[in-house]
Design a protein around this ligand. Structure first.
Ligand SMILES: NC(=O)c1ccc[n+]([C@@H]2O[C@H](COP(=O)([O-])OP(=O)(O)OC[C@H]3O[C@@H](n4cnc5c(N)ncnc54)[C@H](O)[C@@H]3O)[C@@H](O)[C@H]2O)c1
Length: 254
């Protein structure tokens, strides 16, 4: 039996990177996937790939999830496609980087909205659907949410992802009595279209951190999605509130 057989999974940001991989794997595990992206072209490509692979998927394009009303509309439309929600997988995010004294206030606000509020908006709208079935929320945090680094001015990105990690803990507490589980997965560096330029030509300071990864390689999208399949499945019905760090061991280095 497929591990997500007949589960309705809403996945955000399936237009590329880890979101595309999540749509493919969740569909391959028997889920009925409803995905969205602000990038309609990338979304269409993912829908085409999943269907070619024999998966069940509906794509809703041109959705800007950083707008609360748009997000709520998307959630209700998506829930209507297969008659409910079992899994809400908050993958989409957008962020800006800059030294703390140079980062524009607008870039701070864009990042908080594009990485933290974006999760709140979707969860808030999905809550009634998740309560109806005892669903699962999978949030994508980051190792940036629990530490600082010297090689990148990730101040607002780290603050927003720390918010996602803590929000997940509170969602587990508020959701538990309704049978709702909430999980956070915090990736280390993962090679995706958004980060490939760094893999192809890494600045020395970044390369030096990768050379120290205990498992001696950067991550790939399926390193994250494999864990998400397990955590979203009925194999994990007593797991909630966790923040699973997946980073090849980097964060345990001294
Ligand atoms: N790549 C990494 O190294 C890494 C590390 C830690 C955490 N993460 C997190 O993992 C997740 C996926 O990362 P990725 O590297 O695959 O990113 P990506 O940029 O390749 O993909 C993100 C997708 O979300 C979509 N999106 C962005 N803002 C949106 C919005 N407002 N409304 C709708 N869609 C929107 C984009 O169009 C894109 O298709 C993100 O939450 C990211 O912060 C990534």
């Amino acid at each position: 039996m497929a591990r997500l057989h007949n589960k309705v999974a809403l996945i955000t940001g399936i237009g590329g990177g880890m979101g595309r991989e999540a749509a493919r794997r969740f569909a391959a595990e028997g889920a009925k996937v409803v995905g969205c992206d602000i990038n309609a072209q990338g979304l269409d490509e993912t829908v085409r790939i999943v269907r070619e692979e024999g998966g069940e998927i509906t794509g809703i394009g041109g959705v800007d999830l950083s707008d609360a009303a748009t997000s709520a509309r998307w959630i209700d439309d998506a829930a209507a496609v297969y008659g409910g929600i079992d899994i809400l997988y908050n993958n989409a995010s957008i962020q800006r980087f800059g030294p703390i004294d140079e980062l524009a206030v607008g870039d701070w606000e864009l990042t908080i909205r594009g990485e933290l509020s974006i999760v709140f908006y979707a969860v808030r709208a999905a809550w009634k659907h998740l309560k109806a079935r005892g669903g699962v929320i999978v949030n994508i945090g980051s190792v940036a949410g629990t530490r600082g680094v010297e090689f990148m001015p990730q101040n607002v990105h780290g603050a927003a992802k720390a918010g996602v990690i803590n929000l997940t803990q509170q969602l587990a507490v508020e959701g538990g009595p309704h049978g709702i589980r909430a999980i956070c997965i915090s990736p280390g560096f993962i090679e995706t279209p958004a980060t490939r330029f760094l893999v192809e030509d890494p600045p020395p300071a970044i390369k030096a951190t990768w050379d120290r990864i205990p498992l001696r390689r950067v991550g790939q999208p399926d390193d994250i999605v494999n864990a998400a399949v397990f955590l979203a499945s009925d194999e994990a019905t007593w797991i909630t509130g966790v923040n699973l760090v997946i980073d090849g061991g980097s964060s345990v280095l001294g």
